[in-house]
Ligand binder design. Structure first.
Ligand code: ADP
Length: 395
């Protein structure tokens, strides 16, 4: 069965078409600058890559062209070969703890959570509307980034602030990257052959979050009310003292939104290094002895190690630490530093295995007290799996 995973942004639409019989990608790509000048698309299939500039006024245009192209390129015989469409949805509020078929109620709920994810949820609805128009017979599924974290208990997800903020405005920890953490959890289950493990899953890319997982369920996660919380990231600060915000507002004559923008887009590795948000650049600068870069890199590693240590205690031990996303999957020196800093927990690195990238690999040595795995994440496949599962359960 063919299933397509969709990640719709306000002016973009990324897709990944799977043959689910063997979970292989048969085509992937993206549409960019929808509704603005210079729109274009890229489709990758069968070792080839096609790019074309053309006018795309709406997401519906993009979806129509995508489906026509998939047929023209003989990737599928007919658009009706696609039996399911899985949509990535950033925010499912407190309501959605698992993936669901998209109904009118689900659409209005996604709309109602827009205050929590103003850049994302309205954009996802554009993708849903487009597929409903162009492919009305396919099963349509919503896969929420927040869903996996819904198993956190009240004590964990509530902030120590007036309770009324939660009751009246929904102020609580929601977390993010849930689809990635769930994929990592499922993969660890396959590796270990059991589901009663304690896992610390570290999604460290440009954005980053860490999740504490026990018996396949999320116990705590580093992102909070928004993805600004938790570990230090490429351009995001992660946790800071909120009193900094009014202080800088006054010093720089900015409003709250502008300071939050600084914390989201001009902080993290970029803010501290005053050079780049990309860990490859930071590592190169560190090798040249650049002090700002060294400080930024050390802080970045420190924040990750702080969270892992905290979750080690929370979980009363740990059976697996997993590293994933851009930095976790590829950055050999940062993986090494993280493991070295975890030596008080008995973590030991296998230097040779740590050179391997792009595949599942256990980078800890055989006598490490906690096994450390690198596991490439695959949110698109997780979305397709959920879509397939709902279709099969509904037959
Ligand atoms: P996003 O959160 O935007 O999806 P990614 O998961 O792609 O981000 O992660 C981006 C980060 O991964 C960057 O800091 C980048 O330096 C790092 N990264 C990506 N590829 C490599 C690589 N081949 N070697 C080292 N670091 C890499």
């Amino acid at each position: 069965m063919k299933i397509i995973s969709i990640n719709a942004g306000s002016s973009s639409l990324k897709f990944c078409l799977f043959e689910m019989n063997n979970e292989t990608v048969i085509a992937s790509g993206n549409f960019e600058r929808i509704g603005t000048d210079g729109s274009c698309y890229t489709i990758k299939f069968n070792g080839q890559k096609i790019t074309q500039n053309l006018e795309l006024s709406t997401h519906t245009d993009a979806v129509s062209i995508l489906l026509d192209k998939l047929v023209d390129l003989e990737i599928i015989h007919s658009i009706n070969d696609i039996k399911g469409v899985g949509h990535r949805i950033v925010h499912g509020g407190s309501k959605y703890s698992e993936s669901v078929f998209i109904t009118n109620q689900v659409i209005s709920d996604i709309e109602s959570f827009r205050d929590f994810a103003p850049l994302h949820n309205p954009a996802h609805l554009l993708g849903i509307k487009a597929f409903r128009e162009v492919l009305p017979d396919a099963a349509m599924v919503a896969v929420f980034d927040t869903a996996f974290h819904q198993t956190m208990n009240e004590e964990t997800y509530l902030y120590p602030v007036p309770l009324r903020w939660y009751e009246e405005y929904g102020v609580r920890k929601y977390g993010a990257h849930g689809t990635s953490h769930r994929y990592i959890t499922d993969t660890v289950k396959s590796i270990l052959g059991r589901d009663d493990f304690r896992l610390i899953s570290c999604h460290i890319g440009n954005g980053g979050s860490i999740a504490a997982i026990s018996d396949m369920k999320c116990v705590d996660t580093s992102m909070g009310f928004t993805p600004l919380a938790g570990i230090m990231m490429g351009t995001r600060s992660g946790d800071v003292d909120p009193s900094i915000i009014p202080y800088v507002m006054e010093k720089e004559g900015k409003n709250a939104g502008e300071v939050i923008d600084d914390l989201n887009n001009h902080s993290g590795l970029l803010g501290m290094s005053e050079y780049s948000n990309d860990m490859r650049d930071i590592v190169s600068l560190c090798e040249e002895g650049n002090e700002k870069a060294i400080r930024a890199k050390n802080k970045y590693v420190r924040r990750i190690v702080d969270y892992i240590s905290q979750y080690y205690v929370l979980l009363d031990g740990c059976d697996v630490i997993a590293l994933t996303a851009g930095v976790g999957e590829n950055n050999v020196p940062i993986r090494k530093e993280i493991c070295e800093k975890l030596s008080p927990l008995g973590v030991k690195l296998d230097e040779e295995k740590n050179q391997i990238c792009g595949e599942i690999v256990r980078i800890s040595s055989d006598d490490s007290k906690i096994p450390v795995y690198v596991i490439p994440t695959n949110e698109e496949l997780m979305i397709a799996r959920d879509t397939l599962k709902l279709i099969m359960n509904n037959r």
